[in-house]
Design a protein around this ligand. Structure first.
Ligand code: FAD
Length: 470
């Protein structure tokens, strides 16, 4: 048995939630130890720089490639870390999204905000939705609002307001795609509460979207002309991994890699954490910034009710494969930065992002970097393919969908097992119940609870630190 050390707060898990929790504890002047089981920091954030093909490097993202600014906590953290000037916005000129429609990449009509058309002409002339489907979407203006505040699935909500075609062609690939979720299980209140707010306030999604668009345009006119502030998506110039690097450099507490926590033992005044290294650490309070199933396993002996609720959060596995080309070998595959693929198209991949079109500094001039997403509930079979079969499958897809038959310069595959928490109907009630069932001095943070995006994870850390300090 090796010696036990002491600290006021232990954070378990060195993904963005755990790292952010360490940062906010440090800012509050509270000592902490951050324990990560893996040999590297960042969890799902994993940026790889690939050199050797040109004078500049490729920046390959294995996990997240950017984050939204509408939820301010990610960009705020980046600025606190001194990365504010390094944040770049997505390419506004080419922000067109395509939807695969009967095997053909079809532009999402201009003016479609989230799932709602706000411009008449492009929507009416779009081949994406049938005339009846368009008429049905228009009925949103007249359908009465839902009376109670209960949860429902995204599919139920969209079918109710906009009809099945809007669900199949727009909401399912775009809205469920973000969460790697199944629209028929996905909680609208946990993932898109704004839809229900707009319905309640304006009686119609379309009227609500138009009103919020007008409000945004007015406030945009009043703010600076700084593109970075206005861009919906931002990322550090060197990739999302720059956030992890900056945190690692600026955190002055005890940071331990290769230190998995195997058990939490209650002791007088706190908890003893038993580590995979054989030693232990005593802490007054604990922040668990681990996936729900790992949190549940650690809490089971102390708080079986919390553990049962945590185990009820389903996870799916997903992956990405990035491929790099010379532009001459892949000329203008899309005039935009992405193709989403409805489940009904039954393809072995879920979406394609043209990373070097979406963001500058992702590929050297004259090159294209793209990545395909696979796994989850849409294409679980692809997750099981070995690397060679997956690579061959994705190349066939690129040829069929984008006309890219050339051999890539290189490719990188990232598989994320049990990576994506599923916010099924009733998720928010489950999270509230988990928080009530936690033992004293134990807090949770991370993507399992109130949002999966980087800004949500940062906010969850900020909230956990608030509870520690209180
Ligand atoms: C392919 C992909 C693309 C994505 N794209 C985006 C995007 O573009 N924008 C966006 O905002 N979000 C995106 N996300 C979501 C976002 O990346 C994640 O939700 C977020 O990074 C999760 O952070 P976390 O700290 O909660 O968890 P994690 O990153 O999972 O970190 C948890 C950490 O806990 C450690 N751990 C587990 N058990 C133990 C233990 N017992 N002891 C010690 N350590 C332990 C793990 O090793 C891990 O490092 C994406 C996710 C994926 C998978």
């Amino acid at each position: 048995m090796q010696p036990t050390t002491h600290c006021p707060v232990a954070i378990i898990g060195g993904g963005i939630a755990g790292l952010s929790a360490a940062w906010y504890l440090q800012k509050a002047g509270i000592d902490y130890a951050l324990l990560e089981q893996d040999a590297r920091w960042g969890g799902k954030i994993c940026t790889e720089t690939v050199n050797g093909y040109s004078d500049a490097a490729f920046v390959v993202e294995g996990g997240p490639d950017s984050f939204i600014t509408q939820k301010p906590w990610g960009a705020a953290l980046a600025r606190e870390l001194g990365l504010g000037e390094m944040l770049i916005g997505a390419n506004e000129q080419l922000k067109q999204t395509y939807v695969l429609n009967k095997g053909k990449a079809t532009p999402l009509p201009d003016g479609v905000l989230m799932i709602v058309p706000t411009k008449f002409k492009p929507f009416i002339f779009s081949p994406l939705i049938s005339p009846w489907g368009k008429l049905r979407m228009g009925m949103d203006l007249f359908i009465p609002r839902r009376k109670d505040a209960g949860d429902e699935t995204l599919a139920e909500f969209v079918r109710r307001r906009l009809g099945s075609e809007a669900l199949d062609k727009i909401a399912e690939p775009l809205m469920s795609g973000i969460y790697n979720a199944e629209a028929d299980k996905q909680s609208v209140l946990a993932t898109f509460p704004r839809f229900r707010e707009l319905e309640q306030k304006y009686g119609s999604l379309t009227k609500g979207m138009l009103a919020s668009q007008r409000a945004r345009q007015q406030s945009a006119a009043m703010t600076t002309s700084n593109n970075k502030l206005l861009s919906f998506f931002v990322t550090p110039k060197a990739g999302v991994g720059a956030m992890v690097d900056a945190l690692r450099r600026q955190l002055t507490g005890e940071l331990r890699l290769g230190a998995g926590v195997v058990a939490l033992e209650p002791i007088a005044g706190g908890y003893r954490l038993h580590l995979t290294t054989g030693d232990s650490l005593d802490a007054g309070q604990v922040i668990l910034a681990t996936p729900a199933f790992a949190t549940g396993a650690l809490l089971r002996p102390l708080a079986p009710d919390a553990a049962d609720l945590l185990d009820g959060i389903r996870y799916v596995s997903t992956g990405t494969i990035s491929l790099a080309f010379r532009s001459v070998d892949a000329p203008n595959p899309l005039h935009g930065y992405g193709l989403v693929i409805p489940m009904s198209e039954r393809r072995p991949i879920n979406a394609i992002t043209l990373n070097s079109v979406k963001f500058a500094h992702r590929a050297p001039d004259g090159h294209l970097l793209l990545r395909a997403f696979f796994g989850g509930s849409r294409s679980p079979q692809s997750m099981e393919l070995d690397d060679a079969a997956l690579y061959a499958t994705v190349r066939r897809e690129l040829d069929a969908l984008l006309g890219i038959a050339a051999e890539p310069l290189f490719h990188r595959i990232y598989r994320w097992r049990r990576s994506n928490p599923q916010y099924d109907v009733g998720h928010l009630e489950r999270v509230a119940a988990i928080e009530r069932a936690l033992p004293p001095g134990v807090h949770v943070a991370g993507s399992a609870y109130r949002g999966v995006g980087i800004p949500d994870c940062v906010k969850s850390a900020l909230d956990a630190v608030g509870r520690v300090a209180a």
